[in-house]
Ligand binder design. Sequence first.
Ligand SMILES: Nc1ncnc2c1ncn2[C@@H]1O[C@H](COP(=O)(O)OS(=O)(=O)O)[C@@H](OP(=O)(O)O)[C@H]1O
Length: 540
Amino acid sequence: ALLVVRQHRRIPEEQADDELAASHPQSAALARARAPPAAMRLRSRTERLLAELQPPALREGAALGDGAGSELEAAPEHAKQTCYSFNRAYCPPLNLSVQTSAQIAQTFSYCQQFARLEDHTPLGFCGRRLPRRNPCWRERGATSCLPHFFMLGEMKCGTTSLYQLLDRHPHVVPPLTKEPRFLMPARYRTTTLSRYAINFKPVISRVDSVTFDASPVYLRSPLARDWIKRWLPHAKLIALVRDPVQRAYSHWKMGTEWLSSKCTRREEVEQLRPWQAHLAFGAMMERGLLQHHFRACARELGQASVAVPRGLALIELPHRPAAAGGNDSAVFDGELGRCILSKDPSLAIKFRSELAGQAPRHKVDSLRAVERLVMRCSESMLTPESALAKGLAYSKELRAWAELFPRSQLLVIHTDDLASSAQRIMNATFSFLGLTPVDVGTQSRFCVHGKAGVMDVLQEDDNEIDIRGQTPHTGDEPPNPKAYRRLHVGPCGEDEAGMLKTSSGALHHKIDAELQQRLRALFKPSNEDLYAFLGRDLGW
Ligand SMILES: Nc1ncnc2c1ncn2[C@@H]1O[C@H](COP(=O)(O)OS(=O)(=O)O)[C@@H](OP(=O)(O)O)[C@H]1O
């Protein structure tokens, strides 16, 4: 799940200037002047883009997040806005990534105050919808666009590949950031529509083209569902689904890569060393399975108050022999213990000391310390249950989208089909989007490589991230150097020894047979529900 930008096929500056000049003379003059004093004072290219997009009256009053000078006005009591504006008056485009936490809190509170009013009152967008396939509006002299379609996820299901293949179409203009994640609550509360719209600026001058948002976390976001239903009810929605066992492995692999690339200080490496075996895929999945059974039993028995083990808890700590005061088999005497035992007897027995709360204190304490490190460096990807939860939720989430949107607006792609018949899948995808199919070439598997995870680079200021990695940035300012160094898209890498080619030509990670059986049993009911929803057995 990575934040990506593509820059090739950028709108030539002059062309963009022409369009802007026609609509907004002052911003075009700004762009042509290259470095006029006002632009020099702006902190980032993001803010320059914002300044270009905003009408002069607002621009002059906008605070720029430069510490002492950033005056932010609270919305007055009587503030009212009867339509949804790209230029929300009381949320100046402050650059959150350079604000102090106190400033961010203030931005949040003022913006929220106004957004609450807006949530209840607006009837529609303030501007005039332009006659284009892609949703764009003219508002107070400026044009802003939003996505024609959304790639909802699921993460680790080939969203990068689909993004790259869509990019082959001359009438698809990728967003500046692959994963703006605007419709996740934490981000939504602290940003504005105008900031979100920056991502779609390249489509402004491409009147015959469409753009999209590829945040692979939207599939599970009720906010995304409700917002898109309310504001872009005709948007097309694309979801990718992948064998949940393979997806879980990919999820774990990414977490492991992030952990080793980010926890590099000597003391961190030393602290992690004794726990390596516990962080292996099998150990993580066993823990995730047992946590899942624990949670399911607590739910089935109506024991809402019981503390379900989370994170790295349940780590098969050594049993205390009964003679030393432990009586860990008693854990299965109670209702909850019996239920867990019935779900998976050998796993339950393996972890009985911890289930009984009899793990030695010092072990538990050192586990807690290492857990903090693991979560920070893996950006919480190495969370056993989360690797399983996403694959378990495909059908539930898709059904929730299908309740709000007609099925004709929802396209579900099986990742393995992309491997075996990319052109056929892309032909169908382009037709679904209302575009004429084009040749997408022979490569269909792409991955993001890099040192960082999304949380490091997903700053308000990071629209400049360039997935080409090696290619020098062509603008007059370097892209975000931190992210630029870290991310690029390329082939996924084929671990010959660790992968199998299926009869359809897809590559699958080899997974221990016994673990695989356990995981397959876990996913069976939700997979069947997915097949029923799709009207197609995916053979997982
Ligand atoms: N065409 C095709 N066929 C089969 N598998 C494919 C394909 N495209 C991408 N992939 C696999 O999808 C994984 C990457 O998914 P994402 O790009 O969605 O990842 S991310 O969420 O953006 O990080 C990554 O999985 P792993 O290699 O298992 O990690 C890719 O190999």
